[in-house]
Design a protein around this ligand. Sequence first.
Ligand code: ADE
Ligand code: ZN
Length: 326
Amino acid sequence: TDLDQFITGLPKAELHLHIEGSLEPELMFALAARNGIEIPYASVEDVRAAYAFSNLQDFLDIYYAGASVLITQADFHDLAMAYFDRAAADGVRHAEIMFDPQTHTDRGIAFATVIEGLLSAMAEAEAKHGLTSALILSFLRHLSEEAAFEVLAMAEPYLDRIAAVGLDSSEVGHPPAKFARVFAAAAAKGLKRVAHAGEEGPPEYVVEALDLLHVDRIDHGNRAMEDAGLVRRLAGAGMTLTVCPLSNLKLCVVGDLADHPLDRMLAEGLRATVNSDDPAYFGGYVADNYRAIAKARGLSRDDLATLARNSFTGSFLPAAAIDRHL
Ligand code: ADE
Ligand code: ZN
């Protein structure tokens, strides 16, 4: 349709994407066969049937298990290339992708294997599609502060190829405060900072991400809407929120997309963006997310253009590159 073409044609940046969350069931089966790994599913349909989640933890258990088929540098390359091909087809011109080293190093995969595979796909995506990208090294918050420091140490030889650190996994019970020191160490090394906050956790976690982690973006941020003072603060600071509508629906952060707060965020002056989070698990890539939320909330083309513009202004691209995209 017309609106589909408008959405695909809008130049967009994707700012909230877990590369492990782009592992489609077909590739999971192919990599399981290639690596001789057993997976607890009989078929691709069987995998898709398992993707019914009632909260974040339900999803995380399946997402970490799925990542066990990723072994070689070629696996990480193929994973990322499949994402970049889909993103390019959706009109994504720039992607800032999160990866979770601990999901791999904790099962004996070398950090270099993971990052070299991702970096080679990033170079190929730029050559093939003109799609630029950046890496966000994400700490798993259900693990310790000490383990996060170990990740930062492993990343040391690659710091010039990493844009930012991030914080993901089980939110409730693992407040940003737990990672204040490792985020300070990352900042001292010149890295930008993002953190998941206010997805399931309370507005106070968003405040901690601002005050203790000094984040450059908030990932999700839905529950900030419960605190009017916090909304004013985020708007006044020009803070970018990386919102993920289909993820919010699939993880029951919202009961129905018709109740999603995205347009209220824009109306309150928040710099919201639309992103896919874990597209292989949540049923859609970035254009699907724009389409779904446009339909559910009756967004105008102006709103959609604002969201796409926010995705560049909220990116970690240099100012001159942002201007070229606007
Ligand atoms: N890891 C992958 N997707 C995530 C999400 N939506 N929230 C927290 N951790 C994640
Ligand atoms: Zn996420």
